[in-house]
Design a protein around this ligand. Structure first.
Ligand code: ADP
Ligand code: MG
Length: 380
């Protein structure tokens, strides 16, 4: 067990790291953050922020030597870096989970190889093979670069054959990636996610399934409890637990799901870290995803994931700042609202700057009220 008072190293300096630190501080842990570009949102809440490149071997060594365990808030960390660090201190959730989740092809191979439900897909590694892959999948489909995508970046949706006529252009537009995945576009009836925490001894704790609303490929709102049957919620929890076991995760794994018209769940992707769709747990559940992650990596017993009340989380992207500083006092005039801002500085469109949650009684009414507050905040 990693006792409170120990130091946890975090790779990545974004808001997920910041919220991990704020949760872990309550348990008495100290934090060092490694982030190439500073100052960062996590660094401001940490005991130490290290700004160095991932190929700075001396800085990596010093970072690892200064902490008791290492975890991450960002999975796109080069494998060589993980290996170098893991030779000095334990890196959690572990190499296997990272290796699979940081690359869409390995992720799909993992799902398919284990008989888990996933989206029909084909691979491409050139403009020529893209033509074949798109023809194999049909329309609509979506091309995704295999590595380094997030918030819909590195993706192109194709609605009809005309849009796929010039694959040289499309491949160029994607930045000539080493590899891409072409997926069938799923006409789902909703998007959902389950965050599961797992400890080294294999014990697990799963959060209530969230129902997610996206806008322009970025998460806009999460709704808990998800408005689906108990059976669907249980099926989602079962899938997340199975994936956590198969990957040997120590920490969190978030599983994004599509619900199809026939009631079946299909896995979209996984993330081996706290997830935006789990932010509702900070106010909605007895234990947050961030605290549970800290408990998992330090080998403390899990806290209860029980949902206090129906909860809606709304993301605040930089777009909300387009007419200047939003009216926070107006938002907080409803005492059931909890506001979380990440202190990230410049509010660029599409940049995740904060979120708020609204805790209500009836989930539909809570969602309506939260959307109303969001519109007001955006000046609509
Ligand atoms: P990211 O890494 O950016 O989260 P995702 O693969 O999860 O990438 O895609 C972002 C969003 O785009 C999804 O949450 C979903 O709304 C939409 N999307 C992606 N792939 C598909 C698909 N095959 N069918 C339907 N919607 C999709
Ligand atoms: Mg996603």
């Amino acid at each position: 067990m990693i006792q409170p008072g120990s130091t946890i190293g975090i790779l990545g300096g974004g808001q997920l790291g910041r919220m991990l630190i704020l949760a872990g501080r309550n348990l008495g842990y100290r934090f060092h953050v490694f982030e190439p570009e500073g100052p960062c949102a996590a660094g401001m809440a940490a005991d130490l922020e290290v700004n160095a490149a991932y190929d700075d071997e001396a800085a990596l060594k010093q970072f690892a030597e200064g902490v008791d365990i290492i975890t991450l808030e960002f999975e796109n960390i080069p494998a060589a870096v993980i290996e170098r660090l893991a030779a000095i201190k334990p890196v959690l959730p572990g190499r296997e989970a990272l290796h699979v989740c940081q690359h869409r092809q390995r992720e799909k191979d993992f799902l398919q190889g284990n008989g888990l439900p996933c989206v029909p897909f084909e691979y491409a590694d050139s403009a020529e093979s893209l033509t074949t892959a798109v023809a194999g999948i049909g329309f609509p489909c979506v091309i995704k670069t295999a590595a380094f995508g997030y918030d819909g970046k590195g993706q192109i949706k194709l609605n009809a054959p005309e849009e796929a006529a010039d694959t040289d252009y499309l491949w160029d537009f994607l930045g000539n990636p080493p590899r891409a995945v072409v997926e069938k576009w799923i006409h789902h009836v909703g998007e959902f996610s389950v965050v599961c925490a797992r400890k080294a001894d294999g014990s697990k704790s799963t959060f209530p399934m969230a129902e997610n609303v996206h806008a322009h490929h970025i998460l806009h709102a999460s709704i808990a409890p998800a408005r689906v049957s108990e059976a669907t919620q249980a099926a989602g929890a079962e899938l997340a637990g199975r994936i956590a076991d198969l990957l040997g995760v120590v920490g969190l794994i978030a599983v994004e799901l599509f619900l199809e018209e026939d009631g079946s769940l299909v896995i979209n992707e996984m993330a081996p870290r706290p997830h935006n769709s789990g932010h509702y747990t900070m106010d909605g559940c007895l234990t947050s995803q961030f605290e549970q992650h800290i408990r998992a990596v330090t080998d403390l017993p899990f806290g209860s994931t029980e949902l206090h009340r129906p909860t809606v989380m709304i993301n605040l992207l930089g777009d909300v700042w387009q007419n200047g500083e939003p009216d926070w006092a107006g938002l907080l005039a409803d005492p059931r609202v909890k506001l979380h801002l990440y202190d990230k500085g410049e509010a660029r469109p599409g940049r995740k700057m904060g979120h708020f949650t609204l805790l209500g009684d009836d989930i539909d009414a809570t969602l309506d009220a939260a959307e109303g507050y969001f519109k007001k905040l955006s000046g609509e």
